[in-house]
Design a protein around this ligand. Structure first.
Ligand code: GLN
Length: 543
């Protein structure tokens, strides 16, 4: 019998539900149980692919090519899982499915309604994930905040699941903010009480309440939360501020949450084993070195736009006992005042992330040129890879005004161009080259040194690619394409052999980076930043 844990949020969004959900999963995994996780997003978009990363944070790409909510990234990193499209359920997906069924005549003669047709669709999708993944426990996080209009059908569906699956097989966790007043330093539980009331009004009584507070809540706050939440005090936990997000499962479990969850769900009680997790957390908390990295991007104002990249840099840092400081620099800075690019000299490495469209592109190209000419370690991902090709074409191969046709459709040298299969594609949703594809690596290259394999599988999300017509010219100039698609026609990795570390990929290594298992390209970059800082003639990579 599969157990279901549902996580809702109160008071405001971005309260850390995704981390709490991931942490519960970790506590159960540490006790030897198999888990999976689902994110419900009540917005009407079918997937996150059509949203602006500046507003909603990054689009997380799954192995099967899903363009999903960034919380799936947290689940994958915390639980070391590969999830898929089906682990992200949106209002768009649900309504699309229900309307398609209605048009097909599946409900012929009946009036199609939110209850039961929409709620049935939601429940069956949650149960399908349970059936497909062969796990002991399915965690389902409902995005947004209790009280949102668009979240109601989902809350109704999870309410019904208690009746259908049974009390001992379902558990409701409510995560809500407990603010501390500036003036009196008092912990205020009233907003949390109201959100619990709102949840109860629609028929859900939480079994566990997690107070999100900057500090550990005091006994008075705990007592009030339990009293007004109608739960025992040992069902109240606190997710307080910690130095590293990866500590959260440890601090919650130390409060007894793991044992409480197991007991409540009738799971056998077991001692958790956190050995690997703790040694990773130790490496994060006790670095011996530090490096400063300039991230030159266009969504620099919102850290969540680059969350998987930040985490991949941190995982890589932990592997070489190095704290990675990431400085976000708006690429347009270097367009408005070209001399400012000199500021990059103070950094140990330059990183150009994914991106779309022309805003800031010239600034990124200027940063790449600076990295190349000054022998500063450089890592480019996706758009960063494409712009490294543009920079090299212009400034080394002498192809004046070379560009990507994404930026300038009329460039005389379209060194990066739309992929042939993208021509004629008009719909914008889920039409990029997405998800896992094989990459063949050339032996004897830096790429081979990092990946130690001639064949890897990496995740993608792009419409443009290096134009084969310019291959010879670029290679003659000294650019090495050390990774390609199996048919050899698609460039996947570039490197400059004479540079300290100049590496870029069309794919996104960050989506496969895990605590304790850093992604090779991110590891190579951070290690090169460190070794150059330590004055080593060449970076030394440990396999
Ligand atoms: N805009 C580029 C493309 O569509 C790069 C995309 C990306 O960085 N993910 O190919």
């Amino acid at each position: 019998m599969v157990k279901y844990i549902f996580v809702t949020g109160g008071v405001l969004s971005s309260v850390g539900k995704g981390i709490v959900t991931s942490s519960i999963g970790k506590m159960l995994q540490a006790r030897g149980f198999k888990v999976t996780a689902i994110k419900i997003d009540p917005y009407v978009n079918v997937d996150a692919g059509t949203m602006n990363p500046y507003m909603h944070g990054e689009v997380y790409v799954t192995e099967d090519g899903g363009e999903t909510d960034l919380d799936l990234g947290w689940y994958e990193r915390f639980l070391d899982l590969n999830l898929g499209k089906n682990n992200n359920i949106t209002t768009g997906i649900i309504y699309k499915a229900v309307i398609e069924k209605e048009r097909r005549g599946d409900f012929l003669g009946r009036c199609v309604q939110i209850v039961p047709h929409v709620t049935n669709e939601i429940k069956s999708r949650i149960r399908n994930v349970a059936a497909d993944s062969n796990v002991d426990i399915v965690l389902t996080e409902v995005g947004g905040t209790v009280g949102d209009i668009e979240g109601l059908p989902f809350l109704e569906a999870i309410r019904q699941m208690r009746l259908e699956e049974g009390y001992e097989n379902t558990l409701y966790v409510h995560v809500a903010l407990v603010p501390i007043l500036d003036v009196t330093k008092e912990m205020k539980t009233k907003p949390l009480q109201h959100s619990v009331n709102e949840l109860r009004r629609i028929g859900i009584q939480p079994d566990i309440i997690v107070a999100r507070c900057s500090q550990m809540i005091d006994s008075e706050a705990l007592r009030k939360i339990a009293l007004f939440g109608t739960i025992p005090e040992n069902a109240v936990f606190c997710s307080y501020n910690v130095e590293s997000i990866y500590q959260v499962p440890l601090i919650l479990d130390a409060q007894g949450m793991g044992d409480f969850v197991c007991k409540r769900l009738g799971l056998p009680e077991r001692k958790p084993n956190y050995d690997d997790w703790k040694s990773f957390v130790d490496a994060i908390l006790n670095p011996e070195h530090e490096v400063r990295i300039a991230l030159v991007g266009k969504y620099a104002g919102l850290v969540d736009s680059y969350v998987s990249m930040n985490e991949a840099l941190r995982h890589a840092g932990a592997a070489c006992k190095t704290k990675v400081h990431i400085h976000y620099i708006e690429a347009e800075t270097f367009e408005k005042s070209p001399n400012k690019v000199e500021m990059l000299r103070d950094f140990d490495g330059i990183f150009v992330p994914y991106g779309f469209g022309s805003r800031g592109a010239e600034g990124k190209i200027a940063a790449i040129k600076f990295a190349r000419e000054n022998n500063i370690p450089f890592l480019g991902i996706c758009f960063g890879f494409q712009l490294a090709v543009v920079e090299f074409a212009r400034n080394v191969c002498g192809l004046k005004d070379a560009n990507s046709t994404e930026i300038n459709p009329n460039t005389p040298h379209p060194v990066v161009d739309l992929m042939p299969e993208q021509r004629g594609v008009e719909l914008k949703g889920a039409t990029m080259r997405l998800g896992a594809h094989k990459v063949i690596i050339k032996p004897g290259t830096l790429a081979y040194k990092l990946y130690q394999s001639e064949e890897i599988i990496e995740r993608h999300r792009h419409r443009f690619e290096v134009n084969m017509v310019y291959m010879e010219k670029l290679e003659k100039g000294g650019l090495v394409f050390s990774g390609r698609s199996p048919d050899g026609r698609r460039m996947e990795i570039l490197e400059l052999p004479d540079h300290y570390f100049f590496f870029a990929s069309q794919f996104h290594g960050e989506f496969k980076s895990r605590p304790g298992k850093p992604d090779p390209e991110y590891y190579g970059f951070v290690k090169a930043c460190l070794d150059r800082k330590l004055g080593k003639a060449k970076p030394e990579f440990q396999p």
